[in-house]
Design a binder for this molecule. Structure first.
Ligand code: ZN
Length: 106
């Protein structure tokens, strides 16, 4: 694929699985593994070991990777997950919503 469908900073919506319907900002994309990290989605609990800084130990919540196939770019105009097509704006490659033509910056 020449154009990366999902990029860091995008707002995406989860389309399948346990978190379907959840929206969040993409924190990280790992194209080689086809995975994304989405803010506030697919949280897992991590048990923290007791350390000098954190003598109580405890549990922290952290995002876990999702397959990129489970998310779609969220279009603010369509108000749902949409497919995009490559477009250009000046000399910049952008993505455009296939439904309404909304241009995603970045
Ligand atoms: Zn749209």
């Amino acid at each position: 694929m020449s154009l990366q469908r999902i990029r860091r900073g995008d707002v995406v919506i989860v389309i399948s699985g346990a978190h379907a319907g959840k929206q969040g900002k993409v924190l990280q994309v790992v194209p080689s593994r086809g995975k994304v990290l989405v803010e506030g989605v697919n949280m897992v609990k991590k048990h923290l070991r007791r350390t000098q800084d954190n003598p109580q130990g405890g549990i922290a919540e952290k995002e876990a990777y999702l397959p990129v196939s489970k998310v779609m770019l969220y279009c603010p105009q369509c108000k749902k997950g949409v497919k995009v097509r490559p477009a250009s704006r000046g000399d910049k490659a952008v993505r455009q919503c296939k439904k309404c033509g909304h241009v995603f910056e970045g």
